[in-house]
Design a protein around this ligand. Structure first.
Ligand code: OVM
Length: 406
């Protein structure tokens, strides 16, 4: 198939004709990462007409400069200024200050570590039951049973959703993230799979479908106090449902893979389960769930000596930046004893993940209980990668758990 070709905006630009959205590169990004590393601070991708970086320095500089690099023109490949978004834009993800700030305040209060602390006991209870069951299961799929199995219960419970059709959340999240890339086969399949999920999600965002005393209704209480409108509350619930499940599923799956591959790190965690939170952070760095977000230059701007024109799209490759040896000399070592401050998996700057305390609570609880009960996590077959235009994770992870001595 003939691919489009976009000339670089100036003659001596660093360019590459690699297509990071080809399935083989989505499944294994090592070749694309290599291109990003050796091409200098920014490289022009000829097939898409966008700039790209996988360097920690440039990636964090661009994320931090939200004035020059806006989000309101979309955080995917599409420019909302010239192309119609597939759904009404997110009020928080796809917005700039000052609009962004108002929404951010609401969600950070609802999702603060303090507000979430009441959930811990319920999460622990669920994790114990699940792990006890899997310890008796022999070989199982770590994605379906653990990485999905845990959050698919605790997350919708926390938001206050119905028990019915919760799998639609996965179809919807899969669509939202795939739509950040080009309209390739993968995006088309995601759209077909999410046909029923899209109207279902809109319905779950309505006030009357959210249980009292849970996170969804907490958002509506902000509307009652006049901080946001009813319509805004509905779209903020949509943000929770968009960003809250697939990301943690992938994070947990990737983390399981890390420990299966690094049994000596599992030993360290077993001896001190209070390290779980740092172990999660390190797994996020080493195997980042979101591989790509974009920003759009809203004015002519220079980055590390490269001139970007107004309207330029910049692909920010998070998982490559998190393995940048200029930032961490031993970036390619999975080491739960490090303090990976500055890792970019939750993003950087004003748009950094507002749900991170919830994601961390889920993963920390699951990891602590695993560490208390499980001596060995081992793969029993080849992991099956899941090609997604914005997420990097697995579709299947055949594995087995061995119980600790009683
Ligand atoms: C949203 C949202 C937020 C973060 C990530 C995301 C692309 C969506 O507000 O809908 O997935």
């Amino acid at each position: 198939m003939q691919k489009p070709f976009f000339d670089a905006p100036f003659p001596d630009a660093s360019v590459s004709d690699i297509d990071p959205y080809e399935t083989n590169h989505l499944e294994d990004p090592s070749e694309f990462h290599e291109v990003l590393r050796r091409s200098g601070p920014l490289v022009w991708l000829t097939h898409y007409g966008v700039w790209a970086t996988g360097r920690h320095r440039e990636l964090t500089a661009i994320f931090r400069n939200h004035r020059s690099f806006c989000s309101s023109r979309g955080v995917g490949l599409q420019d909302f200024k010239t192309e119609e978004p597939w759904r009404p834009p997110s009020l928080i993800l796809e917005a700039d200050p000052p609009e962004h700030e108002k929404m951010r305040k609401v969600l950070s209060s609802v999702l603060s570590a303090n507000a979430l602390s009441a959930l811990r006991a319920r999460f622990e209870n669920e994790a114990e039951q699940l792990i006890d069951r899997l310890l008796g299961a022999g070989e199982f799929d770590g994605i379906a049973e653990l990485a999905v199995g845990f959050p698919i219960t605790v997350f919708p419970d926390a938001v206050g959703l119905t028990q019915e059709n919760r799998n639609f959340l996965l179809d919807y999240g899969n669509l939202v993230f795939n739509m950040l890339g080009p309209r390739n086969e993968i995006a088309a399949r995601a759209a077909a799979r999410a046909e029923q999920a899209v109207p279902w999600i809109a319905k779950q965002c309505e006030r009357q479908n959210l249980a009292d005393g849970a996170l969804g209704s907490d958002i509506y209480r902000c509307a009652d106090r006049g901080e946001i409108t009813e319509a805004e509350a509905s779209l903020l619930v949509r943000s929770l449902l968009s960003a809250g499940l697939d990301t943690t599923v992938i994070a947990i799956g990737n983390m399981l893979r890390c420990f299966a591959d690094h049994p000596e790190q599992w030993q360290i965690l077993m001896q001190d389960p209070s390290r779980a939170r740092f172990a999660f952070e390190e797994a996020l760095r080493y195997a980042s769930p979101v591989h790509t977000f974009y920003r759009t230059a809203d004015e002519d701007v220079e980055v590390s000596g490269v001139r970007l024109n107004e309207g330029a799209k910049i692909l920010l490759n998070i998982d490559c930046a998190n393995r940048d040896t200029d930032r961490w000399p031993d970036a390619n070592v999975f080491d739960i004893t490090r303090r990976p401050g500055g890792q970019a998996a939750f993003g950087v700057g004003i748009h950094a993940c507002v749900g991170r305390h919830l994601a961390t609570l889920e993963s920390e609880v699951l990891l602590q209980i695993l560490a208390a009960k499980v001596r060995r996590i081992e793969l029993t077959g080849e992991p099956v990668p899941d090609a997604n235009n914005a997420l990097r994770g697995f579709r299947e992870l055949p594995m087995k758990l061995t119980a600790r001595d009683p």
